[in-house]
Design a protein around this ligand. Structure first.
Ligand SMILES: Cc1cc2nc3c(=O)[nH]c(=O)nc-3n(C[C@H](O)[C@H](O)[C@H](O)COP(=O)(O)O)c2cc1C
Length: 332
């Protein structure tokens, strides 16, 4: 069976990608993910804040003289508190690239197009095959309009594209008034791929403590529908690769995303829940499903149920929504 997949101009042995998360921040896990069949891995993000903080530390040390280095560190205690600083991130990246044959994709996470962007060049020099740019903007400033946020996405992408020659995928949120147009504009601005979607970590409220509870819940398969909808709508209509991210628990979600038109399918939560060996279960499940249908490539699967290919495109649209609401049968 040939599951060879093109993603961001790279050739992957199959469409299963270990998404950004804590597990891919460890070299041994990266090796094991390769053994368990992953087509590629995305490292956890390095954040703009980390890069900027280290830059300020270095500037400060230059100003006061390098002899004072240990003392200077105490002025910036937060630098040491990050799991993986910018230098160690590059080290992990170099080691990962040397350790595995599958593509290693680095991840940058930020919200501005300022100086930190130059770090992307170091990521390229360290051997990343591609860069995933996670633009995680939660605009709590009510005076800032959607147009400004959209332009910010485009200008960050353009700055990154100027800094590197490796392919760049943009991981974005679904919260745009016109998701489709935003996707098309990112493609025009040079995005080699779109990762749909970022999962925002909204706080809950602790009723006992009367406090915000910023805990992180892993996803479940129920959450695939929003990315599934947009992958289906965009497949074959924007000139970029499409990666599905969110809610993959079993091979069923992988297959659904491929049918909607995803080039690759990423998983993070399921690996955290079931272990890195779960990658093999996903791959085996995909192969069994294909075998049962006598398919030995993904050619007749990918995008088969996208908006472009489906017999009844209104299933994606408002007409279907009205039909669904009006035909719902209460069970109580
Ligand atoms: C514990 C944890 C850490 C994550 N860290 C990152 C990260 O560093 N960068 C990033 O782009 N996404 C990160 N993500 C988001 C995942 O890559 C993914 O987009 C999201 O969890 C949805 O996919 P899933 O349903 O397979 O988990 C993280 C997710 C989890 C659960």
């Amino acid at each position: 069976m040939d599951l060879t997949t093109r993603y961001l101009g790279l050739t992957l042995r199959n469409p299963l990608v270990a998404g950004a998360g804590p597990l891919t921040g460890d070299l041994e896990n990266i090796r094991r993910l390769e053994t368990f069949g992953a087509g590629a891995v995305v490292l956890p993000s390095i954040f703009e804040e980390q890069i900027e903080e280290e830059k300020h530390l270095i500037e400060h040390m230059d100003a006061i003289g390098s002899d004072s280095y240990p003392e200077a560190l105490t002025y910036f205690p937060r630098v040491a508190s990050y799991a993986l600083g910018p230098a160690r991130y590059l080290e992990l990246l170099r080691h990962a690239v040397a350790a595995v044959d599958i593509p290693v994709i680095a991840s940058l996470n930020g919200t501005t197009d300022r100086g930190w962007i130059q770090y992307a060049r170091q990521i390229e020099e360290a051997g990343a095959k591609a860069l995933e740019l996670n633009i995680y903007i939660i605009s709590t400033a009510i005076e800032i309009g959607g147009d400004e946020i959209e332009l910010r996405h485009l200008s960050i992408l353009k700055a990154i594209k100027q800094a590197v020659t490796i392919p760049v995928a943009v991981k974005l949120s679904p919260y745009f008034s016109s998701m489709g147009q935003m996707a098309a504009r990112l493609a025009e601005a040079g995005a080699d791929g779109l990762v749909l979607f970022n999962r925002f970590y909204q706080p809950d409220i602790d009723l006992g403590q009367l406090a915000l509870l910023p805990n992180l819940e892993l996803s479940s398969s129920k959450e695939i529908r929003l990315p599934l909808l947009w992958i289906g709508v965009l497949s074959g209509r924007v000139h970029t690769s499409l990666a599905a991210s969110t809610g993959v628990e079993t091979a069923d979600e992988v297959i659904k995303y491929l049918l909607a038109g995803a080039d690759v399918v990423m998983t993070t939560s399921a690996l955290l829940k079931y272990g890195v060996g779960h990658m093999e279960a996903l791959l085996d499940g995909l192969k069994s499903w294909l075998s049962a249908r006598h398919l030995d490539t993904l050619d007749h699967v990918r995008g088969r149920l996208s908006l472009r290919n489906v017999a009844n495109p209104s299933a994606f649209a408002r007409a279907n929504y009205i039909r669904l609401l009006q035909s719902y049968q209460p069970t109580i």
